[in-house]
Ligand binder design. Structure first.
Ligand SMILES: [Zn+2]
Length: 312
């Protein structure tokens, strides 16, 4: 009888091992957030020694990789471009980015706000701080390179694109800047991520759409479909300052906009609500997800309100 008990105990632990804990530990968790603006009130908050990401620290910690969009220049140099809003954060914000983010996207309509030289210096600051970035570079070639994460035996490529004006922030052969999401480039970059870099999973992270629109535009949809038709496994967008619809296209998810994550100066419920997207990739490359709601306070600092229930 004793031996039988022992046998059953071993058997049940083996079943547990096979069905639950082992499989789970091989799952890859990626967390994506939206637009992170560290000038203005969030900049002052950080200057005062406070941590704008604290409410999401435990979610980030349970993720294998954390990705966000750095929606400002970081630096102290350059001349402001003539445009409605120019955003530049002090380099004191860098240790906080390093602490929480595996990589940040530079592909947006603000990283060029102080000109290409300031953009280039920001890259030097990020390199020096050991912060990985994508969607921007010292020339067009490097701007279009994916970031590759090697996680639990898989290679995950993330590509960042700016698709919102001004296009003058685009990297050229001889100009630092961001990667512009031209259809031909998108298709070629995604193919290269798979064929040349051997990525198992490719995720695009575009900055696009009309501000305030809760539903993605026809152009966003056209480009998202093109990305998936070209081989992307998921599309995660930002910029409109509000969250947008989710679409499943050919079995692949498109999150058109995650909305604001750290950003001040907005006064509606929609603009002060963002999403942290926790994506899970299993061993068969199947993607599932859940969404945590971020409520931004008057300083533009997010509070984690937990998983959103029900249909989105
Ligand atoms: Zn933007």
């Amino acid at each position: 009888m004793v031996n039988m008990k022992k046998y059953l105990a071993i058997l049940s632990s083996l079943i547990l091992y096979a069905s639950g804990s082992y499989a789970q530990s091989q799952d890859i968790k990626l967390t994506f957030v939206g637009d992170i603006m560290l000038d203005g009130l969030p900049g002052k908050y950080i200057k005062a020694g406070k941590d704008p990401f604290l409410s999401f620290a435990s979610l980030f910690k349970q993720s294998d990789k954390t990705i966000g969009n750095l929606e400002c220049v970081v630096g102290t140099t350059g001349k402001a471009e003539i445009k409605p809003f120019v955003l530049r954060a002090n380099p004191r914000v860098l240790p906080l980015i390093k602490k929480y983010f595996s990589a940040v996207s530079l592909a947006n309509n603000h990283t060029g706000d102080y000109g290409p030289q300031a953009f280039s210096k920001m890259i030097d600051l990020l390199d020096k701080a050991g912060i990985a970035y994508f969607g921007g570079g010292k020339d067009i070639r490097s701007a279009h390179e994916p970031i590759i994460f090697n996680v639990k035996g898989k290679r995950i490529a993330v590509l960042g694109y700016n698709i919102f004006l001004p296009r003058s922030f685009e990297a050229l052969d001889d100009r630092p800047g961001n990667a512009w999401g031209e259809p031909d480039y998108l298709a070629a970059d995604i193919k290269k991520a798979k064929d040349f870099y051997g990525a198992d999973i490719v995720i695009t992270y575009p900055h696009w759409g009309w501000e305030g629109d809760k539903i993605a535009s026809a152009r966003q949809q056209f480009l998202a479909h093109l990305m998936i038709d070209s081989g992307a496994d998921a599309v995660v967008g930002g910029h409109p300052h509000v969250t947008q619809n989710i679409e499943i296209y050919k079995g692949k998810p498109i999150f058109y906009s995650l909305g604001n994550f750290v950003f001040d100066g907005f006064d509606t419920v929609d603009t002060n609500t963002g999403w942290a997207l926790e994506m899970t990739i299993n061993q068969d490359n199947k993607i599932t997800w859940q969404i945590y709601e971020a409520k931004l306070d008057k300083n533009g600092i997010p509070k984690n309100k937990g998983v959103i229930k029900g249909p989105l």
